[in-house]
Structures are given as C-alpha cells and as structure tokens.
Write a protein that binds this ligand. Structure first.
Ligand SMILES: [Zn+2]
Length: 81
C-alpha cells in the first residue's frame, strides 16, 4: 500500500528516472515540487550516463563511472586489502 501524499523514496526516484515507477506514485510528482526536482536531477544523471556509455569504449567507461562514483574515504587505503 502506498500513500500518494508520501514523498518518493530515493529508490522510487531512480525507478521514475528509468521509466519503471508505477503510475500511482508518479502522480505524486505532479503535486510535489521537491520530489519533481529530485526526479529531474536523477533523470538528467541517467541520461548523461547513457550518453557516456554510447561514446566511450566499454572497458574505459567502467573506469570513468567508478572515478565519478567513488567516495573518498578519510582513512584512504582503497587499494589495500
Ligand atoms: Zn514529495
């Protein structure tokens, strides 16, 4: 059961951006500027990723995405195990 007045979760925002969100939840976007702004940002991000995927050779692409996505750890030592 989902309440149409409830804000979208980050998961739902991602589903909307990839076209997978159910219509009942998508209705919320028409009523909530906050969620709509978040959803538009997410969709732009996915569109840019898709463009990168088309332009870049695949092996290279994974590196580039990881470079963007990787969160710097304060303690460092990402490579060490
Ligand atoms: Zn909302």
């Amino acid at each position: 059961m989902t309440d149409p007045l409830q804000h979208l979760t980050p998961d739902e925002v991602e589903q909307w951006a990839t076209g997978l969100l159910g219509a009942t939840r998508a209705i919320h976007l028409a009523q909530c500027a906050d969620c709509l702004a978040a959803a538009e940002r997410e969709r732009k991000f996915f569109r840019e990723l898709a463009q990168l995927a088309r332009l870049a050779p695949s092996a290279d692409f994974a590196d580039k995405v990881m470079a963007k996505v990787r969160i710097p750890t304060p303690s460092g030592g990402l490579e060490k195990r």
